[in-house]
Design a protein. Structure first.
Length: 193
């Protein structure tokens, strides 16, 4: 068991195997049809979203507030190792969340109504638009500025400081937007707007 848990890949594979076992034991007949495909896509959407918003909240609740408390000689461990890896998963989790969300809406036949904010898909439409704004922020504001702030792109010290501030403020905007976005996603499923 420790060999499985020492490898992230093996741990994820074990989670998928455990899921399959639970579904089989629960005696859930699976018919591979459109409804099953839409369900799997929704599950992938939720998994991607948990990673995206989890990392967003990690940056804002843990990393950003902790950086001033870290001694200068230890900061490269965060800025050169942890942050670039976390930002990789953050960017691609955002992309995966948006892509799977669009596919869920398309597979279930409400993408046009949701994006057009038409009844009865207003809540999910608002959530989708907020998520699109957040994903834009990730890819076109936060990431380019983080590359400068982390020294992945060489800029003058003043530009580096400005980029760090822009990335942080945009990340805070996304944290703020994540609250109504998550509410709208759940509200659509449960009829509460």
């Amino acid at each position: 068991m420790s060999k499985i848990l020492q490898s992230l890949l093996y741990t994820v594979i074990a989670g998928v195997v455990l899921l399959i076992i639970i579904v089989l034991v629960a005696n859930q007949p699976t018919v591979m049809n459109h409804a099953w495909g839409a369900f799997v896509m929704r599950w992938l959407h939720v998994v991607s979203g948990v990673m995206w918003i989890g990392l967003l909240w990690y940056f804002n609740f843990v990393q950003i507030p902790s950086m001033p408390k870290i001694p200068d000689e230890q900061k490269p461990a965060v800025s050169k190792v942890i942050a670039p890896t976390a930002l990789f998963w953050f960017r691609y989790a955002a992309l995966a969340t948006v892509a799977t969300g669009i596919l869920v809406a398309w597979m279930n036949g409400y993408i046009g109504q949701a994006l057009g904010l038409r009844q009865p898909f207003v809540a999910i439409g608002i959530g989708m638009w907020i998520a699109l704004i957040m994903a834009f922020n990730v890819w076109f504001i936060i990431w380019p500025n983080q590359q400068k702030a982390l020294g992945m792109v060489e800029v003058e010290p003043a530009a580096k400081a400005a980029a760090a501030r822009t990335a942080m403020l945009t990340s805070r905007i996304n944290t703020m937007l994540s609250v109504p976005m998550l509410y709208m996603m759940v509200a659509q499923q449960n009829g509460g707007l």
